[in-house]
Design a protein around this ligand. Structure first.
Ligand SMILES: Cc1cc2nc3c(=O)[nH]c(=O)nc-3n(C[C@H](O)[C@H](O)[C@H](O)COP(=O)(O)O)c2cc1C
Length: 131
């Protein structure tokens, strides 16, 4: 099972002619998931409550974050996955804040038992050519 996670705050939306109006991150991740040819699931963070890491390091003992939001649900799905595809839009030359909050929370996965996958590659999505 491969899980794809989009940190865009908006879902893919098309007009009546099928032209993509917004949600390029979702489109890209779904494209990659399809291309794997493996069973997969798409998750949009736009519908989740993901708070930033507080740096309390309470996760050091058991890889579990103490913040009560939707992280735990996604964490469990990531542990079950054979691979994770993560994407986020470029905001002001950097990753958007929702995506950054998500990546901060992966700090909690690194102390004891790591997932069978671990980040190995990245790509970035921008609104303009050559940016
Ligand atoms: C607040 C904000 C800041 C952005 N900053 C940049 C930027 O610095 N460079 C760029 O190329 N695109 C920028 N964009 C455009 C987005 O990266 C682009 O629209 C992307 O496709 C958004 O992904 P989404 O369609 O999945 O939401 C910005 C968009 C927003 C809303």
């Amino acid at each position: 099972m491969i899980r794809g996670i989009s940190a865009s705050g908006r879902r893919a939306t098309r007009n009546e002619k099928g032209k993509l109006l917004c949600g390029a991150t979702e489109e890209l991740i779904k494209y990659v998931l399809e291309k794997t040819g493996e069973p997969h699931e798409f998750i949009s963070l736009s519908e989740k409550n993901i708070q930033p890491c507080r740096g309390c390091v309470c996760c050091a003992g058991d890889n579990r974050c103490v913040i009560e939001d939707d992280w735990a649900e996604i964490r469990d799905k990531m542990y079950e996955a054979d691979a994770v595809v993560f994407g986020a839009p470029n905001y002001y030359g950097s990753i958007n804040s929702l995506g950054h909050a998500f990546l901060e929370r992966t700090f909690s996965l690194r102390h004891t038992e790591r997932p069978k996958w671990w980040p190995t590659a990245s790509a970035r999505l921008s609104g303009r050519k050559n940016s």
